[in-house]
Design a protein around this ligand. Structure first.
Ligand SMILES: Cc1cc2nc3c(=O)[nH]c(=O)nc-3n(C[C@H](O)[C@H](O)[C@H](O)COP(=O)(O)O)c2cc1C
Length: 144
């Protein structure tokens, strides 16, 4: 299995519909291609970790590299791995507005810092989705 971590500059503002479109494509394509990962964006940058079998990973990464919805893509780390970091996410997603100011990513963040950050975001979201209240809400049993 291969993984790739990159940073790029967003072309669209936060909350633009393009992010939703990117996420919709990522969710449907990645589950077909057995890819998993996590995408974070702040006001100016995307940070994405993508992992899975090497052929679909390379093909998808080439599409992402050519995508005009971001520019100046810079690979922070890539390589082989035996296990997945984001096995439960076809593509997890978080925005800076949801994160604490002291833990924000910047252009200077190292690969290790970015990975630790994305793992923390994935963990927080999983804990939220698995919380009893959220389960009830999604099952339609939440009492308003
Ligand atoms: C920041 C960013 C992240 C993306 N992440 C993925 C992804 O994880 N998986 C994916 O299939 N496409 C992703 N895309 C979309 C691809 O660039 C591309 O639009 C998509 O694979 C469909 O390509 P096609 O229409 O040529 O098949 C991403 C695009 C951007 C800008």
């Amino acid at each position: 299995m291969q993984f790739c971590l990159y940073r790029s500059e967003c072309v669209f503002c936060p909350f633009d519909l393009q992010d939703l479109r990117i996420l919709q494509t990522a969710l449907s394509e990645n589950s077909k291609n057995r890819l998993t990962g996590f995408l974070h964006r702040n006001k100016t940058h995307y940070f994405q970790y993508l992992e899975g079998p090497s052929t679909p990973l390379c093909e998808t990464f080439e599409k992402i590299r050519c995508d005009r919805r971001h520019i100046n893509l810079h690979v922070l780390l890539e390589g082989r791995t035996l296990s997945r970091r984001f096995s439960e996410w076809s593509m997890g997603y978080s925005q800076e507005q949801m994160t604490a100011p002291f833990s924000r990513l910047t252009e200077d963040s190292t690969a290790e810092t970015v990975i630790a950050f994305l793992e923390r975001e994935a963990f927080k979201q999983k804990a939220f989705l698995d919380s009893p209240l959220e389960m009830k809400r999604r099952n339609g049993t939440f009492l308003h």
